[in-house]
Ligand binder design. Structure first.
Ligand SMILES: Cc1ncc(C[n+]2csc(CCOP(=O)(O)OP(=O)(O)O)c2C)c(N)n1
Ligand SMILES: [Mg+2]
Length: 330
C-alpha cells in the first residue's frame, strides 16, 4: 500500500529517522549492559514510527513534550546524536551537561521541551506552552507524547479538558504499547481504548492509528497539527504500538505472552516501511546506504562518548535553575 499523501523523499526521510532511532537505542542498550550508561533507560525500540511520523509533520518551531521513554522523540526533533549519547552516559558533552541522564533529555534549540519522569505530569505543561504560543501569536503547536498508563492519571483529564475548552493548539499522542510497567493496561481500565474511548468526554473525536505504520502516523499527524494551527483546538490520538524490550533497564519482559511478543515483532515498523518502499520501486541499495550511514553515525557518537569526560564537579549546582545557580533556594 502506498500513502498517496506522502512524497518519496519524506518517506525515505522517515525511514532514515526510524533506522537512526533503532540503532541509537540498540547501542544505548549495549552500553547500559556494559555499565557505560548508568542509572536507568527506557527504550522505545519498536515504537519508532510514532516519533518519526510526527517529527516529519512538525515545523521546526513546534514543541515536543515526551516521557522518560523519550530518546526517539528528542533525536528525531534534531538533537545531535553525540550529545544524546553523552547525556545517557553522564558525560560533560551531554545535551544537559551530563547531569540529566536518559530520563530528562531536553533540547530547547530544537524545541524538544523536555522528557518527564512523573507519569502524566507533562500534559498540563504542554498545554501551558501551547497557550503561551497563542498569547504571543507564534503559530506554534505542541505535540505531547505519553503512555497508555498516563490516561489513568488526573493530570491527563485536566489537561485534555482545558485544552478542549480553550481550543489550545496541542496534539495529545497516546503511545498505547499495551503495558504500564508490568501491568497490562486492559487490567486497569473499563474501556478497550485508553485514550480514544475517553475522547468523547471532552468533545473530541476518537482517533486510533496503527502506530507501527509510519505513513499512517504521518497522515494523522499532518491532519491534527494543521487543525490545531488553524485554531480548531486539540486532538487526542491513540497510536497502537508495542515495545520490543522490557519496561526499563534489562527487564526481560517475561510478563508478556510469547505469542503476543512474536506477533508484534512480525509487525516491526522498520520492516513494514522497508518492504513498502521496495514494493514501490525504491532500490535496495538506496535503503542499504541509509542503514550503513546510520551505523556510522552511531559508532561515531559512541566513540565520542567513550572519550568524553564526566561533568566538572564544580558545575554541580549550576544549570539547576534558570539563573544558572541555586541561590533561589536560600
Ligand atoms: C505519577 C507516577 N506514578 C508512578 C510512576 C512509576 N512509573 C514509571 S513508568 C510507569 C508506567 C507508565 O506506563 P505508560 O504510561 O503506559 O508508559 P510506558 O512506560 O508504557 O511508555 C510507572 C507506573 C511514575 N513515574 N509517576
Ligand atoms: Mg504503556
Amino acid at each position: 500500500m502506498t500513502s498517496a499523501s506522502v512524497d518519496e523523499s519524506t518517506r525515505l526521510a522517515m525511514y532514515r529517522d526510524m533506522v537512526r532511532a533503532r540503532d541509537f537505542e540498540q547501542r544505548a542498550y549495549d552500553l547500559f549492559l556494559e555499565g557505560v550508561v548508568q542509572g536507568t533507560t527506557h527504550l522505545g525500540l519498536g515504537q519508532e514510527a510514532v516519533a518519526a511520523g510526527f517529527a516529519a509533520a512538525m515545523r521546526p518551531t513546534d514543541m515536543t513534550f515526551c516521557t522518560y521513554r523519550g530518546h526517539n522523540h528528542t533525536l528525531l526533533r534534531g538533537a545531535p546524536m553525540p550529545a544524546l549519547m553523552g547525556e545517557l552516559a553522564g558525560r560533560k558533552t551531554g545535551i544537559c551537561g551530563g547531569k540529566g541522564g536518559s530520563m530528562h533529555l531536553t533540547d530547547v534549540p530544537n524545541h524538544a521541551m523536555g522528557s518527564y519522569a512523573i507519569v502524566g505530569a507533562h500534559l498540563p505543561i504542554a498545554v501551558g506552552a501551547a497557550w503561551a504560543g497563542v498569547l504571543r501569536g507564534t503559530d506554534q503547536v505542541s505535540v505531547c507524547f505519553f503512555g497508555d498508563g498516563a490516561t489513568n492519571i488526573g493530570a491527563f483529564h485536566e489537561a485534555v479538558n482545558l485544552a478542549a475548552v480553550w481550543k489550545v493548539p496541542v496534539v495529545f499522542v497516546c503511545e498505547n504499547n499495551l503495558y504500564m510497567e508490568y501491568t497490562p493496561i486492559g487490567d486497569v481500565i473499563a474501556v478497550e481504548h485508553p485514550a480514544a474511548d475517553r475522547a468523547s468526554a471532552y468533545g473530541l473525536e476518537s482517533i486510533i492509528v496503527d502506530g507501527n505504520d509510519v505513513e499512517a502516523v504521518h497522515d494523522i499527524a499532518v491532519e491534527t497539527i494543521e487543525r490545531a494551527r488553524r485554531g480548531e483546538g486539540p486532538s487526542l490520538v491513540e497510536a497502537k504500538t508495542y515495545r520490543h524490550k522490557g519496561h526499563s533497564r534489562a527487564d526481560p519482559g517475561k510478563y508478556r505472552p510469547d505469542d503476543e511478543v512474536a506477533a508484534w515483532l512480525e509487525r516491526d515498523p522498520l520492516t513494514i516501511s522497508r518492504r513498502r518502499l521496495e514494493a514501490d520501486g525504491v532500490a535496495g541499495d538506496t535503503i542499504d546506504a541509509i542503514e550503513a550511514e546510520s551505523m556510522i553515525e552511531v559508532d561515531s557518537a559512541t566513540e565520542a562518548t567513550r572519550n568524553a569526560p564526566p561533568p566538572d564537579p564544580a558545575t554541580l549546582m549550576t544549570e539547576v535553575w534558570a539563573d544558572g545557580g541555586s541561590e533561589w533556594r536560600n
